[in-house]
Design a protein around this ligand. Structure first.
Ligand code: ZN
Length: 180
């Protein structure tokens, strides 16, 4: 593939990534995208939270080549302690799929999930969780405990850590510096 056709191909993928695509050349290419390509979508959600002065965490849920749910952290704006990015993305995805379980889905989140979110992700039967930065104080995907891979609820979720961690950490650092 020439340089130009690579660029054109990337443009086509960007244009179609928010839409469900059928069996086509484009969807074949999309399915081969590495995790960081999808994590960019979650980082966009974290930026929305940052702009609202919420702790910048973003999440998306992916089924196949489609983003079926998006969420940004927003407990302050919504007066809702459960309004974490993962929960919001799960809710949107479940409504869209009209299903309380999302088998085969992959959640991308910019920060290691907390205990509440990890429990919800197990209940939803999410197949894989890909996260960015570690959360040493409350992370439930390996930091203080590993809910996702423990086999609780007789279900395990595959965990991949460290994707987009640098950008996620920079955003969190910017947020906490503002508070000083
Ligand atoms: Zn959470």
């Amino acid at each position: 593939m020439s340089g130009d056709s690579v660029i054109n191909s990337i443009g086509a993928q960007k244009a179609t990534r928010n839409h469900s695509v059928g069996v086509s050349r484009t969807s074949k290419i999309l399915s081969q995208h590495p995790h960081d390509w999808w994590m960019d979508e979650a980082l966009d959600q974290a930026r929305i939270a940052l702009a609202k002065n919420e702790v910048p965490v973003g999440a998306i849920l992916r089924i196949g080549n489609e983003v079926v749910g998006r969420g940004h952290n927003g407990p302050i704006e919504s007066c809702d302690p459960t309004a974490h990015a993962e929960i919001r993305a799960l809710r949107e995805a479940c409504q869209k799929q009209q299903n309380y379980r999302l088998p085969g889905s992959i959640l991308y989140v910019t920060l290691e999930p907390c205990v509440m979110c990890a429990g919800a992700l197990l209940n939803a039967r999410v197949a894989e969780v890909v996260f960015g930065a570690r959360e040493p104080v409350g992370g439930a995907a390996g930091s203080i405990m590993n809910v996702l891979e423990s086999g609780w609820l007789n279900y395990r979720t595959k965990v991949t850590a460290g994707i987009g961690a640098e950008e996620s950490s920079e955003m969190l650092q910017e947020f906490f510096e503002r508070l000083r």
